[in-house]
Design a protein around this ligand. Sequence first.
Ligand code: C5P
Length: 240
Amino acid sequence: MVRTMNCDLILALDVETAGEARSVLRGVGDAVGMVKIGLQLFTRHGPDLVKEIGESGHKVFLDLKLHDIPNTVAKAVESLASLPVSMLTLHASGGSEMMRAAETARVSLAPGLLLLGVTVLTSMDEPALRATGVGQSPPEQVRRLARLAKESGLRGLVCSPMEAAALRRDLGGDMTLVTPGVRPAGGDTHEQKRVATPASAARAGANWIVVGRPILQATDPRAAALAIRRELAAANGSNP
Ligand code: C5P
């Protein structure tokens, strides 16, 4: 039986420019628990925008999916340590030594940062995985990499809501699980194929859900975010 975790909302800030990002954040205000900055915004505006958003009071999840030799990834964590970032992603397929090196850098320079392992990208199906030399099915590979991430000292993972319950059972309550692919009931699923509602993701064991377009494209983004948070609060068994 999977225990319902306390689960909150991350807004995926998937916009093109700093101006758009500022305008979205002015609109949602404190209606989101964290903001995810991905490669699109980071490669355009870099650390300056991360700093600005973090210093404006938002918690920042920097989704850079690092994957390189251990020394380079550790140095990247060191370089990011001065930024106001709460969570950072790296690929678990980079291996145990890479994850341990990142974790060592984090402990000494950014103790408040949580490193999240990315297992198998949902864009990879079984044939695509096989073409890279991985013979396991995607769910098997997800569980294998998740265990490796935990053994290597990571305390968080990004996963699909469909995988969250199994990972929670495998890894126990201490692992932070972050799940994209979440849609409010009855909403547009966009191209996301296997979606869960905020409440079902929370019940499956997610600590954070990542939602982008249902908030960014809403007529009233703040109201959309607040509605999702109300649903999470109900699933968490607390008052909104
Ligand atoms: O707009 P939407 O809610 O689909 O955005 C979800 C966010 O989560 C995007 O930033 C997307 O890149 C990310 N993501 C995902 N599925 C994954 C991993 C990340 O949708 N498997």
